[in-house]
Design a binder for this molecule. Structure first.
Ligand SMILES: Cc1cc2nc3c(=O)[nH]c(=O)nc-3n(C[C@H](O)[C@H](O)[C@H](O)COP(=O)(O)OP(=O)(O)OC[C@H]3O[C@@H](n4cnc5c(N)ncnc54)[C@H](O)[C@@H]3O)c2cc1C
Length: 380
């Protein structure tokens, strides 16, 4: 940890969750001089709580499916190649938790190129009747990473500053954060209060609680059903999680009922298989930051005031090409990964690197500016 630096960095990254750490790692590997900042330490937000499964998203055809497929393939390669000691590779059984999801699973199974096979008898016999009778897909390869371990390993050798950023200052064509300066700023702050006036960015926090347990039951593969149940890198420890609560927010100062969360997790897990002699070892809780349209965000941020001043008719529904909007200079946001932050981080970090180093355009589908016109219309 350093306390101050007067010579500028190439990039300052605010937020040391999986998106900040993976970006820092990828940019530093490419030769950039990176500063990483977090108010609470590395992997202290949603990332530190994550089960961190590198699982495919079972979704219908469309942009999200394509991006998730690429991201999943890149993530499996990335973690196993660069962080093998933090990555546990195991088969993965995804069981539908409702008839509607069952339809999705069947379609996915029919269309996917991912290697999958019939469930081994030894696993089949462990499952509840409900799980056995639901649609499912058994992937030969799945993975789970040690969320906190991998974030710390990525940040190794990067200049890390434990700071709460209150404001961003632009001076002499540089971004200034406390004593630090850089040409580029990357915002990877998850579901925390936004640091710029970017109310148009459609994000919501989804609270999650997961637990590590000891149990006499043997868990031979990663199971996703009503909750995930999985072996971990900590010998004998089984992870169960996570809950999805869109109503609770730690920022409102409300108390959270840990016992209720634990009970919910164990009840959901019991719908998949019988876990006996359970001893709860640890609780992990945090906010996922999900985008309103489920696609992640990677891109520049529109300066809403400046853009509306230049094009006031946007308020009345006039459509401008996004290239005409005014953007905060040299700022990129990565956010909105929902429950797939660990799957998406290597994919997003690689595209950030290609943009910063090779000037390759970022995918407009992922641009946070996609939310701007609709929001602007509501400002009239
Ligand atoms: C219980 C749970 C289970 C999950 N399971 C999975 C899973 O199995 N697989 C998967 O891929 N994903 C999973 N996720 C989702 C994944 O964890 C998130 O998508 C991911 O954490 C998003 O990472 P991030 O870096 O964008 O945000 P975060 O990890 O939330 O990091 C943001 C960081 O920014 C810092 N920060 C914010 N504001 C400031 C400021 N002003 N100054 C300084 N620092 C600031 C915060 O302290 C925080 O550390 C899970 C999430 C939860 C909560």
């Amino acid at each position: 940890m350093l306390t101050s630096k007067t010579s500028p960095y190439d990039v300052i990254i605010i937020g040391a969750g999986i998106n900040g750490c993976c970006s820092a790692y990828t940019l530093a590997q490419a030769g950039l001089n990176v500063a990483l900042i977090d108010q609470d330490g590395i992997a202290s937000g949603g990332s530190g709580a994550a089960g961190a499964f590198i699982s495919p998203k079972i979704s219908k055809a469309g942009n999200l499916k394509e991006i998730m497929l690429d991201a999943h393939a890149e993530a499996l390669k990335f973690y196993t190649a660069h962080f093998p000691t933090y990555t546990l590779v195991k088969p993965l059984l995804h069981i539908a938790n409702s008839p509607k999801e069952g339809e999705k699973v069947e379609t996915f199974k029919h269309e996917t190129n991912l290697k999958h096979s019939t469930i081994p008898h030894s696993i089949q016999t462990l499952l509840s009747d409900d799980a056995q009778n639901s649609s499912s897909i058994y992937f030969d390869i799945g993975a789970v990473v040690d969320a906190q371990g991998v974030c710390h390993a990525m940040a190794e050798g990067i200049d890390f500053y434990p700071l709460k950023v209150e404001s961003l200052i632009r001076k002499d064509d540089m971004w200034q954060v406390g004593d630090l300066m850089a040409k580029h700023l990357v915002l990877t702050i998850g579901a925390y209060p936004k640091l710029l006036p970017i109310d148009y960015v459609g994000l919501r926090g989804i609270w999650g609680h997961r637990i590590d347990i000891e149990t006499a039951a043997h868990i031979p593969c990663i199971l996703h059903h009503h909750v995930s149940i999985s072996p971990t890198l900590k010998g004998g420890v089984v992870a169960i999680g996570a809950t999805h609560d869109v109503h609770y927010s730690p920022f409102r100062g409300e108390p959270y009922d840990v016992e209720e969360g634990r009970a919910q997790l164990l009840e959901k897990a019991s719908k998949t298989l019988k876990l006996n002699n359970i001893n709860i070892l640890d609780d992990y809780m945090g906010l996922r930051s999900g985008s309103n349209d489920y696609l992640p965000m990677l891109g520049a941020l529109v300066d809403a005031d400046a853009t509306l001043e230049k094009y006031p008719r946007i308020r009345h529904g006039e459509r401008n090409d996004p290239s005409e909007y005014i953007y905060y200079p040299h700022v990129t946001m990565i956010n909105g990964s929902g429950g797939y932050g660990f799957v998406l981080a290597p994919y997003l970090a690689k595209r950030l690197r290609d943009f910063l180093i090779e000037g390759r355009e970022m995918d407009p589908i992922l641009s946070p500016s996609r939310f701007f016109p609709r929001w602007a219309k509501r400002q009239s």
